[in-house]
Design a protein around this ligand. Structure first.
Ligand code: ATP
Length: 681
């Protein structure tokens, strides 16, 4: 691909006569390029000459017949669908501008055209119409053909066209690339008679192409989501090697056995750096294109189509059956595959070693997270409060290629819209009353080169969502009060305890934002559903807090452990952690018994406030003039906010309550302003 040198991007109508003279000299065989000729045009003329394009051509060839055009359109359904709303706009906004907008495929054949009606009529005279290919090879230098040849935005004006019959025209075009891998999938062009020349038409085609690319990206993300969903039940089968390919032949998910199996079969597919397997791309008929042929290691009978709810083919699952792998992998490898669970006990992938669990479902979640960590795709963590979503977010960061970059966390709950916006986007000096002098770097910018973890994403106000969506799509951010964008690159991890699909259905969450955030998701099961985890975690916390509080050797007796196991743990691991810490502190004996438990775990009290909260309230309330319980609680939270300078994570820790509980209470007591005040001051 050739880069158009800066300053050569635009045509100069002022040098039209000189360019015309240069063209005549060029045709007469003069080899020295004219000063008035842009290098881009000179190179294109040379290509035309090499390909024997007739410089006297009066027009493009006639269009293909109707049925052929229809089948071409069908073939490019995706591109046409993504550009339909934009082309419909072109019909209105190009009226009376003397220009038309054309969308062409990669053979430069115009698929559709809209714009100023009289110009559409004039364009017919040179066959600038649907069904005609405007490639350089056929029509000589022109914006559509030349943009495709150089892969860049191109403006071709008047005499710069190679063929005599087209020299009355001016046009701007650029290529449309697939958002995933940059493959060129089409060309968008704006053309008109020479008098309609405008530098802006180049900007128009570039913006149009990027809008089409964004639409395709959204659609792809949606598809990927459906593909993962449609193949969901297959992943619980731990005995086969599984690799899921999308419609274009890119692997999107694989289980642990897959890589070992493929390596043993001699496949040159490294799942940690996924590459496209073109033979697994799906054609218009919903079948594999199989061109080139399937790789030698891949048997057709291992391929299973994956269909969506409407029966459309979404992708392909490669199933490498175990007996075959068992034979192919010799010695240690085979024994390991056959006899070991997916993740051996105490053998969490690096990055996730702080997650303690024996539970198979949680181990599978860790494995999935570890695999996702290697890419840059956004990950949505799903789970109740206190299940360990933040632990996962940190693990994803530590195991990712951006581990050396910053890890920045922000909770979207409990903050007013204004506060959340300034925390996210930052602001410039004097952006609003009360803004910090010198401005503030937002969390998005702070996460540049690393990971941004947005907890409680479901709480993000609807009207802020498009702003964040824009940042994710364009990789640039505007601080509040500033109109110059700053480039940012970060990996987004979001978490929620809400059912975001339902939030979308109820109009509380934007669908486009949802698909951007939930490209992939990891569900973390609640503690009550995890087999063996209460004991395992209790042991872990006993060890940790005994050391931390210098309590000497401690253990929990069997009756106490059994009671912990029978409790439902609405606050999940955080609640268990707090309870273990509190029983250790409440008891003096080396073997802690059931009497150290707080009342609600003993089943004696009907208290709406958890023991740790009660303890914290008690401890903090000693010098507070308390009216009602609610007033007292609000005052305590206010103090904790002040003491931690508005750091809600630390405030929640101080109060020994879940962050989400704190956010609810902040909202309940209207304490958002207090947070803003202590943070600004
Ligand atoms: N599997 C685990 N092993 C060890 N510690 C854990 C585990 N899961 C959670 N924890 C601990 O439990 C506490 C709560 O976890 P975390 O903050 O990650 O939960 P969360 O799901 O993000 O909660 P919230 O929804 O309230 O933000 C933390 O102290 C964390 O270290």
């Amino acid at each position: 691909m050739t880069r158009v040198p800066e300053g050569q991007m635009f045509s100069d109508p002022g040098s039209d006569a000189a360019v015309m003279a240069a063209w005549e000299r060029f045709l007469d065989g003069e080899s020295r390029p004219s000063d008035s000729l842009r290098a881009l045009v000179d190179r294109s003329w040379q290509r035309c000459q090499e390909q024997n394009v007739d410089p006297d051509k009066r027009s493009a060839p006639p269009p293909v017949d109707e049925s052929m055009l229809e089948s071409m359109k069908e073939h490019h359904g995706e591109l046409l669908q993504a550009s339909a709303p934009i082309m419909a706009c072109a019909r209105d906004f190009l009226a009376e501008t003397g220009t038309v907008m054309a969308l062409a495929d990669t053979s430069c054949t115009i698929l559709t055209m809209e714009g100023d009606n009289p110009t559409i009529g004039t364009a017919e005279s040179i066959h600038l119409l649907p069904g005609v290919s405007w490639s350089e090879r056929i029509c000589g230098t022109n914006a559509i053909g030349t943009a495709l040849a150089v892969g860049e935005p191109v403006q071709i004006h008047s005499a710069e066209h190679y063929c005599a019959g087209i020299k009355r025209w001016t046009c701007s075009a650029t290529v449309i690339r697939h958002p995933h891998d940059g493959e060129i999938i089409g060309v968008v062009d704006v053309s008109g008679l020479s008098e309609s020349y405008s530098r802006q038409s180049l900007a128009l085609v570039v913006t149009t192409a990027s809008r089409i690319e964004n639409k395709i990206a959204m659609r792809e993300m949606e598809r990927r989501y459906y593909l993962l969903e449609a193949s969901l039940q297959r992943w619980s089968n731990g005995t086969d090697g599984l690799v899921l390919f999308d419609r274009r032949g890119y692997p999107v998910r694989a289980n642990e056995i897959a890589q070992a199996a493929m390596t043993s079969l001699g496949a040159d597919l490294d799942l940690s750096a996924p590459r496209r397997v073109t033979a697994l791309a799906i054609g218009d008929n919903g079948e594999l294109v199989r061109t080139p042929a399937l790789p030698a290691w891949l048997r057709p009978e291992w391929l299973e189509p994956v269909y969506g709810a409407q029966g459309q083919r979404l992708g392909t699952l490669l199933v490498l059956p175990l007996p075959r792998i068992g034979r192919a992998i010799s010695g240690e490898g085979a024994r390991r595959l056959v006899s070991e669970p997916a993740v051996a006990a105490n053998d969490m992938p690096s990055g996730f070693t702080s997650i303690i669990t024996r539970d198979p479902a949680l181990r599978e979640a860790v494995r999935k997270a570890d695999q996702l960590a290697r890419s840059k795709v956004p990950v949505l963590l799903l789970g109740e409060t206190g299940v360990g979503k933040e632990e996962f977010a940190q693990g994803l960061h530590k195991a990712s290629p951006f581990r050396d970059g910053p890890y920045v966390a922000l909770n979207c709950g409990g903050l007013s819209r204004e506060l959340l916006a300034s925390e996210l986007f930052g602001y410039v000096d004097g952006a609003f009353t009360g803004a910090r002098r010198g401005g503030m770097v937002g969390k998005i910018e702070a996460a540049n080169g690393g990971t941004l973890f947005l907890d409680e994403i479901g709480e993000m106000p609807l009207d802020l969502q498009p702003h964040l969506l824009r940042v994710l799509e364009q990789s640039e951010i505007y601080r509040l009060g500033e109109n110059v964008p700053r480039k940012v690159s970060f990996r987004l991890i979001a978490a929620t305890h809400r059912d975001l699909r339902k939030e979308v259905a109820d109009g509380r969450f934007r669908m486009d934002f949802f698909y951007r955030v939930a490209v992939t998701s990891v569900r973390i099961p609640p503690l009550r559903d995890r087999v063996g985890d209460v004991r395992e975690l209790a042991r872990h916390f006993v060890e940790r807090f005994s050391k931390q509080h210098e309590l000497g050797l401690r253990r929990l007796d069997e009756e106490l452990l059994a009671r912990l196991e029978s409790y439902s743990w609405p606050g999940n691991v955080r609640e268990l952690r707090n309870v273990v810490e509190s029983v250790l502190l409440m008891s003096d004996s080396e073997c802690v018994g059931i009497d150290a438990l707080p009342p609600e775990l003993l089943g004696m009290a009907d208290s709406p406030v958890s023991a740790p909260v009660a303890t914290a309230l008690g401890a903090l309330a000693t010098n507070a003039p308390v009216g009602s319980i609610a007033e007292g609680e609000a005052e305590l939270i206010r103090r904790a906010i002040a003491a931690t300078h508005g750091n809600l994570t630390r405030a929640a820790r101080e109060l020994a309550i879940a962050k989400s509980t704190l956010y609810q209470k902040v909202k309940l007591y209207g304490l958002e302003r207090d947070i803003g005040r202590v943070r600004a001051g």
